[in-house]
Design a protein around this ligand. Structure first.
Ligand code: GLN
Length: 446
């Protein structure tokens, strides 16, 4: 891993922190354990992994790509990190992201953008752009990301790898720095579907420390990879292949559907009629939750304190003004406004109602179909700087990933060829807690 990182990291810039000394030590310990023939090998024995920098790692700085948290050294591990330790992976370092996971290009990192390994003039996507770039460039074997409105799937699509957003509640959020708690989920970014199944197996499961954790039995995801999709019923939402979607992207998706057809699946066009309202509802809800979650960064309990503060109010004002980047401030303002009395019913409550309608859209399709398929994103990756001055265009890019988070259901992005010289992602969306079917279809197609 570190040799490869030395070769390419100067161009890809996926990492915010490398933890070489500890990683070497951990690897050595695993070696010794193996040599002594003592205990059984963990599920992911010795595999090098990278962690998005919004999951807390004991003793390893966790910044969320924010200047505000540049001094935050956690005193505990997120549950996913403890689970990885049990599975015996080796953590290589912390990966770049948009600040507090707000963004879709990695350009909102307070430190530096990461680059798309396929063409370094292009964004790797976001917010888990560092995770996707590191996996695509071979710097780590696999990585963890988080997905609130598409942040695992979209960068996976842009970088030509596999990204899985699990059902809300399947993977513990304990120790994930919260952005929008009702939407956030941690998931794997991997080179292929089999690795995705392995990594999901290691991190899924009930956690009493997360009050929204689902107390369900975890199936054996590997045994789902049968290659069999005969008789599978696929719904293809017309809203996902309609206007606004790049024709080259659409073509690749239709080709992928042909492949699945040749394997015995059938597909039909369906409708998710409230799709057009998803972006507006999401940006209201996510920003509302963010404005509340980010209140803890006050320069006292958390966050770098301003040197210029003279009194308590100064500490809050100045630390937050100096610490947060422009996109984070934009969302805090939008969220605070939407939640304020007098506006609550018109915005927040209305957005919650739209969220229910979107969930019902999916329920209706899943009455007749096993799976929903469309593109992960309307376009391939864009150039660094091309959209960074235009938040609204940036928000609209998320139209095909956001509905899945609002509904709490799982979805996976798998590579389905190239358009405009860059990778295209195929999005497969499943019923709640039916990751096994997602993985089976993705694996059969791949
Ligand atoms: N791009 C979306 C946003 O900016 C999604 C972010 C995410 O999933 N963390 O909010």
């Amino acid at each position: 891993s570190y040799t490869r990182i030395q070769e390419v990291e100067g161009k890809v810039r996926a990492f915010l922190a490398l933890d070489e000394e500890n990683a070497r030590q951990a690897a050595k310990q695993l070696d010794e354990q193996l040599a002594s023939g003592g205990s059984e090998r963990g599920l992911l024995f010795g595999l090098p992994i990278g962690i998005k920098d919004n999951m807390v790692t004991e003793g390893l700085i966790t910044t969320c790509a924010s200047k505000f948290l540049s001094n935050y050294n956690p005193i505990y591990d997120a549950t996913v990190i403890s689970k990885l330790k049990e599975a015996q992976t080796v953590t290589i370092g912390k990966l770049n992201m948009d600040e507090f996971a707000m963004g879709g290009s990695n350009e909102n990192s307070a430190f530096h953008p990461s680059h798309n390994p396929w063409n370094t003039d292009y964004v790797p996507g976001g917010s888990s752009g560092g995770s996707a770039a590191a996996v695509a460039a071979g710097e780590v074997y696999f990585a963890l990301g988080s997905d609130t409105g598409g942040s695992i799937r979209q960068p996976a699509a842009y970088c030509g790898i596999v990204g899985l957003k699990p059902t809300y509640g399947l993977v513990s959020r304990y120790g994930l720095v919260a952005f929008a708690s009702s939407l956030d989920q941690i998931g794997p970014l991997t080179k292929n579907v089999e690795d995705s199944a392995y990594l999901l197996q290691a991190i899924a499961g009930y956690d009493p420390k997360d009050s929204t954790s689902a107390n369900v039995d975890i199936p054996d995801y590997l045994s789902a990879l049968t290659g069999d999709v005969k008789g599978l019923r696929i719904g293809v939402p017309k809203e996902y292949i309609g206007k606004g979607v790049d024709t080259a992207v659409k073509e690749k998706v239709l080709e992928a559907l042909k492949v699945l057809e040749s394997l015995g699946a059938i597909w039909e066009e369906v409708t998710l009629p409230h799709t057009e309202y998803a972006v507006a509802a999401y940006y209201l809800l996510a920003s509302s939750e963010a404005s509340s979650n980010l209140a803890r960064f006050d320069g006292i309990r958390y966050g770098v304190r301003s040197d210029n503060a003279r009194n308590l109010l100064d500490v809050y004002h100045m630390s937050r003004s100096e610490g947060f980047g422009p996109e984070v401030k934009r969302r805090i303002m939008l969220g605070t406004y939407a939640l304020s009395s007098g506006y609550y019913d018109a915005y927040y409550l209305k957005a919650q109602k739209v969220r229910t309608l979107i969930k019902q859209d999916f329920d209706q399709v899943f009455e007749k179909y096993d799976i929903i398929i469309g593109p992960t994103a309307p376009t391939t990756a864009f150039r660094i700087g091309e959209q960074s001055e235009d938040p609204l265009t940036m928000y609209l890019n998320d139209i095909l990933t956001i509905p899945v988070n609002l509904a709490g259901i799982p979805a996976i992005s798998v590579p389905c060829g190239f358009a405009n010289g860059l990778p295209v992602g195929l999005q497969i969306i499943g019923k709640a807690l039916d990751e096994a079917t997602l993985l089976r279809v993705a694996h059969a197609y791949e």
